[in-house]
Design a protein around this ligand. Sequence first.
Ligand code: G4P
Length: 529
Amino acid sequence: MSDTQIAQQADLRRTFAIISHPDAGKTTITEKLLLFGNAIQLAGSVKGKRNERHATSDWMKMEQERGISVTTSVMQFPYGGRIVNLLDTPGHEDFSEDTYRTLTAVDSALMVIDGAKGVEERTIKLMEVCRLRTTPILTFINKMDRDIRDPVEVMDEVETVLNIQCAPMTWPIGMGRHFRGVYHLYDDVIHLYKQGQGNRIPDDIRIEGLDNPEVDETLGADQAEELRMEVELVRGASHAFDLKAYRRGELTPVYFGTAMGNFGVREMLDGFVEYAPAPQPRETDTRDVSAHDTRFSGFVFKIQANMDPKHRDRVAFLRVCSGKYDKNMKMRHVRIGKDVKIADALTFMASDRAHVEKAWPGDIIGLHNHGTIQIGDTFTLGEEMRFTGIPHFAPELFKRVRLRDPLKMKALQKGLQQLSEEGATQVFMPMDNNDLIVGAVGALQFDVVAHRLKEEYKVDCLYEAVNVQTARWVYCDDAKKLDEFKRKASTNLALDGGGYLTYLAPTRVNLQMTQERWPEVRFNATREH
Ligand code: G4P
């Protein structure tokens, strides 16, 4: 295997996720992207989102029939001479921790904004997470077939609220019932919108050149004139596209369209494969790993349970960071210091999971997990290094778990341990009593934990309110001080599932006071694996 082949394969990859507020159109646009990638024949077959909106009971049932979400976990398809890897993120905000971690495994993101609503709260939060790694963002302003807000105003809002410059790449011609298409500001081409092509690859009806008399014939003199004026104005008043600024996360190229009508999506996708970064270098505790590095390495960013109801398996999603995965290769599971042979990694070609023979930097492979893999784990060819920057986020909700049948303690501990390793919940064991406290970022997570403990581990529990508002991971370089802190604050201290010392604060005020009292102690809101 020559080095150039790895570099070439890596450079073909574009690995990204979509960030958006619920209902902005993430599912719809995903469907259209797969259509362009020839990964599905007919749009309308991506499901798995409805369940996230449903009531908990429905969600549980869907969870068991989780076959469908397999197809939407990672989607790989070819487009424009590239291999695109789209990593899906849960739509429900209660599973946002999963989303945050998935964002650590991508090289760029597509932000979908509902043109009528503008920047919404979830987008703001996800953008903050992208900022942690200065992830480049491409923007799609959706629902142009409706009467949306003035596009200039929407871009202004993106600039001020999200603190990123906007560079319009296409410009919409009208909106709502008068939506006629988009003008590509850099290609000088008008793409005309035709309704009724939402479920297939739409015809590309173009007019070359804004000054082309065809523009007047097609749009009518008034709309044509208006478009020319608007374009002049927009060119003068907005930022020009700057590839470097985009790659630094300072500027976002903006495309307009309607995901439902499958229009404007092609122009966006063309821009995406041209400008989005290939697999980027990744930090480890010992060195930076380039995607061109020939030695295999990768990290686990997500674990999904019961993906296939027939097999009741757990799959660890590993992002390949360097080198090549070959079927039957041996890799070092760095945390446990063991070499393991991986014969049956999965890949996610659109609608089916098939066994992969090879995978390259930027690709995601699924490893069957029998309880030895945790989120954040690094796999290498033997090198002792660990990828950094795959965090746990401090839970916001806490409950005390009480067994109905006290003889099931062992099963409960095992279940909670495994669920916390998967990232499904976090578990805390107070230092000075025998309670078990589970923490979650979203309320639905508790229901899932309760359900899975019962179904998979056969333990029936009560979940009680507990006087904890937030948690912080505790570090201190001064061992003596730490001992003193442990003694004095023991009633609020616990060990988490990974054995890390955690401060469970009953109130924010208490946390603040404790921080002030112990300036030598660090209270971290995230914990790295
Ligand atoms: P999400 O995954 O981001 O939550 O959003 P999703 O794609 O499910 O879209 C949310 C709603 O917005 C859906 O309507 C969808 O059809 C609609 N939508 C998406 N893109 C467009 C667009 O370009 N134009 C218009 N007018 N609507 C769009 P729904 O009523 O919730 O579901 P459905 O019954 O239409 O499936």
